[in-house]
Design a protein around this ligand. Sequence first.
Ligand SMILES: *[C@@H]1O[C@H](CO)[C@@H](O)[C@H](O)[C@H]1NC(C)=O
Ligand SMILES: *[C@@H]1O[C@H](CO)[C@@H](O)[C@H](O)[C@H]1NC(C)=O
Ligand SMILES: *[C@@H]1O[C@H](CO)[C@@H](O)[C@H](O)[C@H]1NC(C)=O
Ligand SMILES: *[C@@H]1O[C@H](CO)[C@@H](O)[C@H](O)[C@H]1NC(C)=O
Ligand SMILES: *[C@@H]1O[C@H](CO)[C@@H](O)[C@H](O)[C@H]1NC(C)=O
Ligand SMILES: *[C@@H]1O[C@H](CO)[C@@H](O)[C@H](O)[C@H]1NC(C)=O
Length: 282
Amino acid sequence: MVSTQALLIFFSLWSVQSALALARPYLPVPGLAQIRDILANLEAPIISALTERINLVTPPDLYANDGAGLMSYLLARETSAASSGRYDYGKLEYPFTLPPIPPDIATPSDPFPPGRFHQDTYSGNPNITTFYLTTLVPFFNSSTSYFYHLDNSTYNPDAVYNLDATLLALLSHRAHIGKVVAETKYASNVTEMTKLIKASDSAGLLAAITNTTQEAAVYAQASTAASGFSAGWIQAGAILPVTFNSTLEAATQTLFHELVPITSEIEVQYVRDLNVILLRRH
Ligand SMILES: *[C@@H]1O[C@H](CO)[C@@H](O)[C@H](O)[C@H]1NC(C)=O
Ligand SMILES: *[C@@H]1O[C@H](CO)[C@@H](O)[C@H](O)[C@H]1NC(C)=O
Ligand SMILES: *[C@@H]1O[C@H](CO)[C@@H](O)[C@H](O)[C@H]1NC(C)=O
Ligand SMILES: *[C@@H]1O[C@H](CO)[C@@H](O)[C@H](O)[C@H]1NC(C)=O
Ligand SMILES: *[C@@H]1O[C@H](CO)[C@@H](O)[C@H](O)[C@H]1NC(C)=O
Ligand SMILES: *[C@@H]1O[C@H](CO)[C@@H](O)[C@H](O)[C@H]1NC(C)=O
């Protein structure tokens, strides 16, 4: 028999917990120059993980059924990661197999002024999964696994999926920094952006957030980083197939040419988010 008092205690604890979950920290967004530096510094870890992944043999059926094997590997990892707080508010880490954290809802006392990060409902991870499985995986075509100078014959699914998971998390994190970019751009021209948001003008929003000079700089940096990595591996005497450098460079180019549009879509969805409009209309 559960006593009324016990129930009351339970419900008051539950409502305290809900209130705590809603009291999210005030996260002001950095300026665009600083965000560009952060993004530039994320290129090396991505290309480094890609280098390691390219050097592992991939059985032809490894990603069959829309990557079901990889997805179940991710589910186990992400379940444990979520319980440790990896995907909590403001970390810009989003799971591939679990529901995202709830979005922010503005209230008069908590109005989310321009320049303050808010959590929206959009995730770019389904797009990242699709491009990973259909576009990037074909570059993982080495017929042997290369572990620098040592044994290069071993196929180990855990080693492969582990690098897939690392790469996917890095790509997702980088792409979702688009939310911060979007908030910064919104704050820099609230009048213009609000007009576009109210008109649901996705093309106009995309044009307003796109900077082709900056995109060209990202592609050039990525290309330089990829040739730097491949040259480094070759010069250090790693045992590699002769196509290693050209494969890494082509994979890197393809990757960044897909990641940039996915990031732009995350930015557009962020500013379009209905909560933002309703909230900020006050
Ligand atoms: C690793 O692969 C290279 C190139 O295919 C081959 O020449 C070499 O014998 C392999 N080494 C080992 C330890 O299997
Ligand atoms: C906002 O955007 C509009 C349209 O692009 C432009 O005319 C205006 O100068 C911008 N304002 C600021 C403060 O950047
Ligand atoms: C576009 O990006 C370039 C290079 O990062 C930067 O110098 C320029 O100020 C940006 N333009 C706008 C309108 O933000
Ligand atoms: C790859 O490396 C080889 C050997 O160092 C070199 O001959 C070739 O030009 C390189 N290819 C590319 C695309 O950089
Ligand atoms: C792997 O794919 C790259 C890029 O399409 C290609 O240049 C290379 O020849 C392929 N390597 C093998 C071993 O098939
Ligand atoms: C993301 O996925 C959606 C749904 O498949 C698709 O309509 C959209 O074009 C994709 N966006 C990008 C940038 O790939």
